[in-house]
Write a protein that binds this ligand. Sequence first.
Ligand code: GRF
Length: 213
Amino acid sequence: MKNIVILISGRGSNMEAIFRAMQAESWPARIAAVISNRSDAQGLDFARLHGIPAFSVINTAFSSRNEFDVALAAEIDRHSPDLVVLAGFMRILTPSFVEHYSGRILNIHPSLLPSFPGLHTHRQALEAGVKVHGATVHFVTADLDHGPIVAQAVVPVLSGDSEQSLSTRVLAQEHVIYPRAVRWFVEEKLKLENGLVHTLDNAEQHLIQEGCQ
Ligand code: GRF
């Protein structure tokens, strides 16, 4: 049984998708804790309602990024994580924090990395005029929004799309690929070699939404 600790900052819909898939598919895993850097993160309510231990480590209570990361890691480590899952966790992490969880920390970013790292990815995609967009699950490294890619989902960019309509289309696919990637990790099906991630059973690591083919 693998322990997963999920970090959120807000809505927590990816956390919810992972929780629901885990329940429905009986993974050999449990969500040991959900931790937020904001006490008002909506996702904390979902976690508590479903009996998942939920905690806050409030970043504004610390005078430096490093102090916050040390406190956050202490809270995470109380739950003996095999895997740390960043699910809409809106904090830049220090290299020593990332190093501590090396090879056992995943993130989802709402773009087809390496395109559009950082914030406002849907706006960046619309402004660049790309015709496909999507989301990426990757191992976290000290390089923000980079790191070995585990899975990607591709969606079309349609004429008339707004940031909102595009983000809704991408989010629906995030809810498919993130649970899938976490399941691969807990079932020990991911192999990280020379910075590239493969699945042991050659499962498809991409998802292409209709309209892109
Ligand atoms: C998602 O789009 C995720 O890719 C990004 O932040 C958003 C979080 O949404 N990192 P939620 O909190 O999982 O609903």
